[in-house]
Design a protein around this ligand. Structure first.
Ligand code: R5P
Length: 258
């Protein structure tokens, strides 16, 4: 692997543990001012010290993260649709030149396997990889799921494997039953999304199960920033991901810190 690409990837997936706690705060790119992210700066600032990287759009990066910050950035570069339209019809919204100007450690794009726009999003991923690799920027493929698509191991293995085959350097997907099958058949590192807000204990179980079945980490959003105590929650998630703590130990950390 190219030195620059490897160096950037190691800012995201920490070499000392081989794992990562990414904080996803990119939801506004199709959801607008979603709950907990109404004023991004307020949400993001207290969490920065505990996140290994931030996943967000250029608009929120420029306006809501201090340029002096050393936190690695995974820039969302796909979008162009909203919750009111056809979500799967995303295109590329940000150039690689802009990604370099923003000094990012990686770029992220969603693929919509099985949707009417499957081909465009998969070719979009391939083109992004072609361009990003020229400058040593790793690409995170996000396996987006439509309302009607099953989030099972068969479907998610298909999505993750296709993303890896097209050259994605790491993949973000959902946790599911028989998640080990998704991991076994995906030759690049996998992180999981947290999904809709659930009770803290359930979100910690999800993180624990994903890590124990082979995910290298989480790229969690709502289950952290919509928590009653976001800082306590990210600390608890870190304890699972980086320190190998059990769900009970992590929940104790959450309760103590909140
Ligand atoms: C969706 O495509 C976005 O990347 C979200 O930021 C993502 O799914 C992660 O956030 P959450 O943990 O809230 O599901």
């Amino acid at each position: 692997m190219d030195w620059g690409l490897k160096n950037r990837l190691s800012r995201i997936i920490k070499p000392d543990t081989g794992r990562t706690v990414m904080l996803a705060v990119d939801h506004g790119y199709f959801l607008g001012p979603t709950s907990g992210l109404e004023v991004p700066r307020k949400t993001i600032e207290p969490l920065i010290p505990y996140a290994d990287s931030l996943m967000l759009t250029r608009g929120v990066l420029r306006t809501s993260v201090p340029a002096e910050s050393s936190i690695p950035i995974v820039l969302r570069v796909s979008g162009g649709t909203s919750i009111l339209g056809t979500l799967s019809n995303e295109g590329i919204t940000t150039s690689i030149k802009e990604a370099l100007r923003l000094n990012v450690s990686g770029v992220a794009l969603s693929i919509f396997v099985g949707s009417p726009h499957e081909k465009e999003t998969l070719l979009g991923l391939s083109n992004l990889i072609n361009e990003a690799e020229e400058y040593g920027i790793p690409v995170l493929a996000v396996t987006a799921v439509g309302k009607d698509m099953a989030r099972d191991a068969r479907y998610l293995s298909l999505c993750c494997r296709i993303a890896a085959e097209l050259g994605a350097h790491f993949v973000k997907t959902y946790y599911c039953e028989e998640f080990e099958k998704v991991i076994e058949t995906c030759p690049v590192p996998v992180v999981i999304a947290g999904g809709k807000k659930t009770p803290e204990l359930d979100a910690l179980k999800l993180a624990y199960n994903a890590i124990n079945k082979g995910a290298v980490g989480v790229d969690m959003g709502r289950n952290i920033f919509q928590s009653e105590a976001p800082v306590a929650m990210i600390k608890a998630v870190r304890a699972i991901v980086h320190k190998g703590k059990s769900v009970e130990e992590a929940y104790e950390i959450f309760n103590k810190e909140k």
